[in-house]
Design a protein around this ligand. Structure first.
Ligand code: UTP
Length: 475
C-alpha cells in the first residue's frame, strides 16, 4: 500500500475510535519514528480496545458472581484416609517417574514490573537468601540442578519475561553462566503487552513516537508459551507438564512428585496449590466452584458474606487461598491456542508516565490511568479437569512483594530461616531459640544440600552444632 494511503487509513481509524491523540506529534517525527509508531498502531485491535475502554477503563466492570457458588474441594496436605494414602503413594511414584523421564519442566513467570519492591532490574535478580544473599533466579536454578541430579534427568526451565525486562534478564543469565545450567535447557521468552489508558479512555503515549504499554499480566503466559515457540520446544523434548510458579516465591517446591502425580493420575489439565487462608480477607484469590467450574475469585471481588461464611466447626467455607503454583499440561496450552481463547481482563489503576498534549513528559505522583492485565488462574474454568492440592504455607509460600511489612523481603527471609530450622529440628538437630520461640540464628539450606525435609537425615554428619547468633550455610 502506498505510504500516503497507509497514513490516511490509520488517521481515519484513529478518528473512528477516538484515539487521534496518538498522532499528535506526527509532524515532529522523522521517518524511522513514523514507521515505528505506525507499526505499533497497526498492532492494535481497535474493536477490542473500544470494548475494553467501555467496560474496564472508564468504569470498573465487576462481573456479578453467580449464585451457584460453593467451596472447591481439595486434596489435603496429608492423606485423609487409607484409600487416599494409597492414592498419594501411587501419585508420588508416578510423579517421580514423570520427572525422571523428562516429562516435567519448570516455568517461572518473571515479566512483572516489581513496582512495590522498587527494585531496579528484573525481580529474579533480587538477592533474597538469608546468609549468602543468593538471588531468586539462583535459588530456582540450584533447585533445578539438584532435581536433575536426583532424578538423573534433564529438567528444562522456561522463563517468561516482558519487553520491559527481557534484555536485562538475558544479560543476567549470561553473566551468571546460566547459574551452572546448560544454556540450551533454559528457554527465555517474552510475553505480550497491552496499551495503557487515561481514565477517559485515551491510549497514552510514552513519548512522541511510542505508545505507553505494559506486560499483559501472568495470564499472557498461556499465549506467549505458544507464540514464542516454547511450546514447540516442549513438544520436541517430550515435556508434558509445566510446573508454573512466580518469580518472587523462593520457597516453591518446583518439582513436587506428589502434585505432579496427582495432576497426571486425575487427568487434570491445570491444577493448583492452595493454602488455608489466615482469615476471611487475606489478600489471596479464593478457590470456588461456580456453576460447577473451578474458579478463582480475587479477594476484592468475594462478597463479605461469603468471605466470612463459616462451617459448623468454625473454619471458613471459602478457606482455600491460591498461591499461584500450578501444574499445567502442555496439551491444555496447545488446545487453548489452537481453538483461540481469551482470558478476562482486570483493571489496575496506576501511576503511568506519559507525554502530554504539549509534549511534556509527565511522571505522575498519583494514579492517572489504567493498566489492563489477564490472570493465569482465569484459565482454570476452561480446563476440563482440575485438582487442588493443599500445602503448608510455612513450607512453600513466602512471596517477596514489598520492601517491608506483609509479604516483604523481611518476612520472606524469616520464613526461609524458619523452614530451614524446622527441617533441621525434625531431623533431631537442636536450634537456638529466642524467648518468644523464634529462631535465634540465621540458617540457609542450599537446594543442593536438601530439596526437602527428608534429605536432611542423610547429611547429619555435615551439620555443625548451632549456637545463638550463628550464621549457618548448608550447601
Ligand atoms: P505481581 O502481581 O506480584 O506483580 O506478579 P509484579 O509485577 O511482580 O509486582 P508489582 O505488582 O509491580 O509490585 C506476580 C508474578 O507474575 C509475574 C511477576 O513477574 C510475578 O512473578 N508477572 C506479572 C508476569 O510475568 N507478567 C505480568 O505481566 C505480571
Amino acid at each position: 500500500m502506498p505510504a500516503k494511503k497507509r497514513v490516511e487509513n490509520i488517521k481515519k481509524l484513529l478518528r473512528e475510535h477516538s484515539q487521534s491523540y496518538l498522532l499528535t506529534f506526527w509532524e515532529q517525527l522523522d521517518t524511522a519514528q513514523r514507521q515505528n509508531l505506525l507499526a505499533q498502531i497497526e498492532q492494535l485491535d481497535f474493536a477490542k480496545i473500544d470494548y475494553w475502554v467501555a467496560n474496564f477503563v472508564k468504569e470498573s466492570a465487576c462481573a456479578a458472581i453467580s449464585p451457584d457458588i460453593v467451596a472447591a474441594w481439595s486434596y489435603g496436605p496429608v492423606p485423609a484416609n487409607a484409600e487416599q494414602e494409597r492414592r498419594y503413594a501411587k501419585a508420588g511414584k508416578l510423579g517421580r517417574k514423570l520427572i525422571s523421564t523428562g516429562k516435567v519442566a519448570a516455568f517461572v513467570v518473571a515479566g512483572g514490573q516489581a513496582t512495590r519492591l522498587e527494585f531496579d532490574g528484573p525481580k529474579g535478580d533480587f538477592p533474597i537468601s538469608p546468609v549468602k544473599n543468593k538471588t531468586l533466579f539462583q535459588i530456582f536454578a540450584e533447585s533445578i540442578t539438584a532435581v536433575s541430579q536426583k532424578y538423573r534427568a534433564i529438567c528444562p526451565w522456561y522463563v517468561m519475561t516482558s519487553p520491559l525486562n527481557h534484555a536485562p534478564t538475558i544479560e543476567i543469565f549470561r553473566s551468571n553462566h546460566y547459574y551452572g545450567l546448560d544454556e540450551k535447557d533454559v528457554f527465555i521468552f517474552q510475553q505480550g503487552t497491552l496499551p495503557n489508558f487515561s481514565f477517559d479512555g485515551k491510549i497514552l503515549l510514552a513519548d512522541k513516537a511510542n505508545i505507553a504499554s505494559s506486560p499483559d499480566g501472568h495470564g499472557g503466559s498461556l499465549k506467549a508459551l505458544y507464540e514464542s515457540g516454547a511450546l514447540d520446544d516442549m513438544k520436541r523434548r517430550g515435556v508434558e507438564f509445566l510446573s508454573y510458579f512466580q518469580v518472587d516465591n523462593p520457597l516453591v517446591n518446583i518439582f513436587d512428585p506428589l502434585f505432579i502425580g496427582l495432576h497426571a493420575l486425575d487427568k487434570a489439565e491445570m491444577s493448583s496449590r492452595a493454602v488455608i487462608k489466615t482469615g476471611p480477607y487475606e489478600k489471596v484469590g479464593n478457590f470456588c466452584l461456580i456453576d460447577g467450574r473451578l474458579t478463582v475469585i480475587e479477594y476484592s471481588d468475594l462478597p463479605d458474606e461469603l468471605a466470612e461464611k463459616r462451617n459448623p466447626d468454625g473454619s471458613l467455607v471459602f478457606e482455600l487461598g491460591s498461591i499461584a503454583i500450578h501444574i499445567i499440561s502442555t496439551s491444555f496450552v496447545e488446545k487453548l491456542n489452537a481453538k483461540g481463547f481469551s482470558l478476562p481482563l482486570h483493571r489496575a489503576v496506576k501511576k503511568i508516565p506519559y507525554i502530554d498534549q504539549k509534549g511534556n513528559s509527565v511522571e505522575p505522583d498519583r494514579p492517572n490511568g489504567v493498566k489492563l492485565e489477564s490472570f493465569v488462574f482465569d484459565a482454570l474454568p476452561l480446563a476440563s479437569k482440575s485438582i487442588i492440592l493443599q500445602t503448608l504455607r510455612d513450607q512453600e509460600f513466602a512471596p517477596t512483594k514489598n520492601i517491608t511489612g506483609v509479604d516483604s523481603v523481611e518476612t520472606t527471609r524469616q520464613m526461609m530461616v524458619a523452614r530451614a530450622a524446622g527441617w533441621l529440628e525434625s531431623a533431631g538437630v537442636s536450634i537456638p531459640k529466642k524467648p518468644d520461640g523464634s529462631v535465634d540464628c540465621l540458617i540457609e539450606i542450599a537446594p543442593g544440600f536438601a530439596l526437602e525435609k527428608d534429605d536432611i537425615k542423610e547429611k547429619l554428619n555435615q551439620i555443625p552444632k548451632i549456637k545463638p547468633g550463628d550464621r549457618i550455610y548448608l550447601g
